[in-house]
Design a protein around this ligand. Structure first.
Ligand SMILES: Cc1ncc(COP(=O)(O)O)c(C=O)c1O
Length: 391
């Protein structure tokens, strides 16, 4: 049996896979089992931001694997401490909780928000307002937080206490605020929902509502964070700070890690015993993430992400003038969406044939989330391929 046959026979049938078996990656290039070369404009869904097999990450993993892989959070380890220090130093936050994925980081945030008020004797404050078209994960609490019916379908009863309001609609948010609400949770740039950035003044208005009502503000930056949107965290674009933020995806450049960052005040909701996970912050993974944070947080690196993001959007805009099927191009930094009047899945297949990996979401949106180290020639190559495909 070959790889595809084995996978289809033995692995749970939960993913609609493209018929390609990848065997190698280097920078923004991937190779399949037949030796065909692809330029990667997806980066494992905004994960391999430094590109595939980045030497600093590879070295950190190899060195640490030879030294110490895991001991449990019953003990201290240096890479975990260093990663926490770096994240705190480079963000609004004072403390970090390490998890293993985006959904787990969001679970931690949801639990922290509830428990924060519980500790204050305000257990009636447990509801969390989230946004329509949001995506927060696939665990029971995070799918319940997710503002998309199709993600929640078939899992009733979902976790109680989530209210969905339209994104970028401040009046709708205001209408749902009362003293049963503990937090507002949102993605500064919605990813899975269709690459939808917050309006320029929206996050400031949300922050004010939260402050006026003593409510915690949670930013899910699992996809938008770690340089993806041209700043280390997307909320920096809007000049608004949350009380709690979640990260995952690019934090490990492909190694599984999630993190919840919080202010000292918000972090008071947790004490020893209130939350834990066996693999959270193991030396192996955090040693890799330390290298990732160091590289991505370099201001010059982030400047280049913004420039290349602007270049990609500009080149896509030039296609819009030629192809009436293109309805809108949106996004921040190198998280870019192109809405088309047609089947985005077909465009993905044809781009794959031409050696470019892109992605379709919500049926009619093409998502581009290349490694942040992508170069202009690679962007030009994609534009030429798309031009042909859309023709
Ligand atoms: C904004 C956001 N939050 C949470 C998640 C869930 O992350 P994970 O798949 O690592 O559980 C995702 C994944 O796409 C995401 O985009």
């Amino acid at each position: 049996m070959n790889t595809k046959e084995k996978t289809d026979k033995y692995v749970f049938n939960t993913y609609s896979r493209i018929q390609t078996v990848f065997v190698k990656g280097q920078g923004a290039t991937l190779w399949d089992e037949n030796g065909k070369q692809y330029t990667d404009f997806l980066a494992g869904i905004a994960v391999c931001s430094l590109g595939h097999s980045h030497p600093a990450v590879t070295k950190a993993v190899c060195d640490q694997a030879a030294k110490l892989v895991h001991v449990s959070n019953l003990f201290y380890t240096a890479p975990q401490a260093e990663l926490a220090r770096l994240l705190v130093e480079k963000s609004f936050s004072d403390r970090v909780f390490f998890a293993n994925s985006g959904a787990e980081a969001n679970e931690a945030a949801i639990k922290l928000a509830r428990r924060y008020f519980n500790e204050k004797g305000q257990g009636q404050r447990y509801k969390i307002i989230t946004m329509e078209h949001s995506f927060h994960g696939r665990t029971m609490a995070t799918l319940s937080a997710t503002g998309q019916e199709k993600i929640r379908k078939g899992f009733d009863p979902i976790v109680d206490g989530f209210i969905y309001v339209p994104f970028n609609d401040i009046e709708a948010l205001k209408k749902n605020i009362d003293d049963s609400v503990c937090a507002v949770m949102l993605e500064p740039v919605q990813g899975e929902g269709g690459v939808i950035p917050a309006d320029p003044d929206y996050l400031k208005a949300v922050r004010k509502i939260c402050d006026d009502n003593g409510i915690l503000l949670i930013f899910d930056e699992v996809q938008s964070g770690m340089g993806r949107c041209g700043r280390l965290f997307a909320h920096e674009i809007y000049n608004v700070k949350p009380d709690i933020m979640t990260l995952a995806k690019a934090l490990g450049n492909g190694l599984p890690i999630g993190a919840m960052l919080a202010t000292e005040n918000a972090s008071k909701g947790f004490a020893p015993g209130s939350h834990a996970t066996t693999f959270g912050g193991t030396p192996l993974i955090t040693s890799a993430a330390v290298e990732v944070v160091k590289i991505i947080s370099d201001p010059e690196f982030l400047k280049q992400c913004r420039e290349k993001g602007a270049y990609l959007r500009e080149r896509l805009a030039s296609l819009k003038d030629k192809h009436s099927t293109i309805k809108e191009i949106r996004g921040k930094g190198l998280l870019v969406g192109m809405e088309i009047d047609g089947d985005a899945g077909k465009v993905v297949s044809q781009c794959m044939e031409k050696g470019f990996v892109i992605n379709a979401i919500q049926g009619k949106i093409l998502r581009f989330a290349p490694p942040l180290i992508i170069n202009k020639e690679e962007i030009d190559g994609l534009i030429e391929a798309l031009d042909n495909v859309l023709e």
